[in-house]
Ligand binder design. Structure first.
Ligand SMILES: *Cc1c(COP(=O)(O)O)cnc(C)c1O
Length: 211
């Protein structure tokens, strides 16, 4: 199966046009991604700032009106590059990073959209704001820093039923008046949509297995 037909199959399954498919192109090269760009797809996901700088040409992003989504952890020293390259950041999860982003936005006069990542299953090794600090952190980003936080993102634990986590993320978003939910990957995107996802992040289901 090729990338375009994988994408079209998934896209045809998702009849709700308010759901944005993020084609997660990490580890794949631009020439492998180009067929989707030619098809007119606009939303692509990457995990690393450096890989994004090496791969994506700013002129191409502008010409084709492509929106890049940063899904992976953002190091403080890469904040300026991230603000330059990305339209959305899904991994906002701490005060220090939020502050750096708000400074970089003003300096560069580029304003992004944010998802706050929640450590939904309280896994010690995982990124994301702790559940008991989520409400305060959301309010800090929105009200004090005026970051354009549009929703929440989660990455449930592997090999357990993700549904309780999807439901809980939706509850936290509703409580904080946030309307978007970034949840669901290749294996579980249909379930995520059933439970309220508005952005799904699909990598291997489109591009094939990563090395
Ligand atoms: C890689 C990645 C994805 C895509 O995963 P697939 O299982 O290949 O669809 C989605 N979200 C995040 C945060 C990722 O790092």
């Amino acid at each position: 199966m090729d990338i375009v037909s994988n994408f079209q199959k998934i896209s045809n399954n998702i009849i709700n046009k308010n759901i944005t498919i993020i084609a997660v192109s990490k580890t794949f090269k631009l020439n492998q991604i180009m067929p989707l760009i030619h098809l007119g797809h606009k939303h692509f996901g990457e995990n690393k700032v450096q890989e994004t700088l090496d791969k994506w040409i700013p002129d191409l992003l502008n010409e084709k009106n492509i929106h890049l989504h940063l899904l992976g952890k953002l190091q403080s020293n890469k904040v300026d590059d991230a603000v330059k390259m990305f339209s959305y950041i899904h991994s906002l999860d701490n005060e220090k990073l939020a502050l750096k982003l708000s400074i970089a936005e003003k300096k560069m006069n580029r304003f992004l959209k944010y998802f706050i990542q929640v450590n939904i299953a309280s896994e010690p090794q995982k990124s994301g704001i702790a559940l008991d600090r989520a409400d305060n952190f959301i309010s800090f980003c929105l009200n004090e820093l005026k970051l354009n936080v549009i929703g929440l993102m989660c990455l449930p634990p592997m090999s357990v039923d993700p549904v309780p986590f999807f439901k809980q993320l939706k509850l936290i978003a509703a409580k904080n008046n946030l309307k978007d939910l970034s949840m669901g990957m290749s294996q579980d995107y249909s379930m995520a949509i059933e439970f309220g996802a508005t952005y799904v992040r699909i990598g291997s289901g489109i591009f094939g297995e990563r090395n």
